[in-house]
Design a protein around this ligand. Structure first.
Ligand code: SAM
Length: 291
């Protein structure tokens, strides 16, 4: 069959042939538009020299394009019912390795070692299952994998939060966590009509370029993320109020005020106005003597 998987007719045909029914609980919304896929592949920086990791190949819409444009592809799919379908739709390609595993449980480092050449550029590309977008991305970021970038279709609102700048509505502790590890930007917004079935939410393609090293120096990463979360705890409240709540019973307001003064951050500000650099200063001055 020489027609791409990602067309409405071919997708329907495949689903009917195999009697496949979508599992909403697995976030199964398949892409049926080849142009969108080609755009994603371009934004991801895929060419014949690179390795690609996909999460959730479904019936192979994106996998097929990756097989055509990348050197090798490793794809993690949790739903066993899709394995015979993928074997069929990808039979023309010998550079795809399907792994029947929950990505959250997978040892991605080993798969990378076994699939790709040493020193090969590696890009993660996926139309993610929306119910676990954040856990998947945080796992990929925190595992310190030898990857160059991550390009994913996710819920628009989540993409906006991950790529948000200070003083915007979307800016929060998720922006800090993601931008500590990557340079994040939203590549494009995508209409619901390119999916089958159509999801209830709007989607965007988010591109994350891995940083060689963090943009700020923090004494303790976990504490830095904890302080960021605490600072955004109640968005409408001041830094002082959120910190007082966070350190209740451990540190009084006078001491908090004193430390804020030392790093020249006004206690009347709100978390959403603080840059990454200011969060780092904040975390470091509270870390040293707090615990
Ligand atoms: N890539 C296909 C496409 O674009 O048409 C399918 C994308 S669909 C949004 C998400 C895929 O992720 C489904 O195939 C689903 O079975 C799979 N999936 C869901 N949870 C998963 C998990 N924890 N680990 C690996 N794959 C998962």
């Amino acid at each position: 069959n020489n027609k791409a998987v990602a067309t409405p007719t071919r997708t329907k045909e495949i689903l009917e042939t195999y009697g496949f029914s979508f599992k909403k609980s697995l976030g199964q919304n398949f892409l049926i538009d080849v142009n969108i896929l080609k755009n994603i592949i371009e934004h991801a920086g895929i060419d014949h020299s690179v390795g690609a990791i996909e999460i959730g190949p479904g019936i192979g819409a994106l996998t097929e394009q990756l097989a055509i444009h990348a050197d090798r592809v490793a794809a993690f799919e949790i739903d066993q019912r899709l394995l015979p379908i993928l074997e069929d739709t990808l039979s023309a390609y010998d550079n795809v390795h399907i792994i029947n595993q929950d990505i959250l449980e997978a040892d991605v480092t080993s798969v990378i070692k076994n699939t790709f050449h040493e020193g090969q550029e590696i890009h993660v590309v996926a139309n993610l299952p929306y119910y676990i977008t954040t856990p998947i991305l945080m796992k990929l970021l925190m595992d310190q994998l030898p990857i160059d970038s991550i390009t994913v279709m996710i819920q628009k609102e989540v993409a906006d939060r991950m790529a948000a700048e200070p003083n915007t509505k979307s800016y929060g502790s998720l922006s800090i966590a993601v931008q500590y590890y990557t340079e994040a930007h939203v590549s494009m917004n995508v209409p619901k009509t390119v999916f089958m079935p159509q999801p209830n939410v709007d989607s965007s393609v988010l591109h994350l370029k891995m940083r060689d090293q963090p943009p700020v120096e923090v004494v303790d990463e976990n504490f830095f993320f904890e302080i960021a979360r605490a600072t955004f705890g109640q968005r409408r409240k001041t830094l002082m109020n959120n910190l007082a709540r966070h350190f209740k019973g451990k540190m009084d307001k006078e001491e908090i005020r004193h430390r804020l003064q030392r790093v020249e951050i006004d206690p009347g500000r709100r978390g959403e106005s603080l840059t990454m650099e200011e969060f780092a200063r904040l975390a470091n001055v509270f870390y040293s003597e707090s615990i």
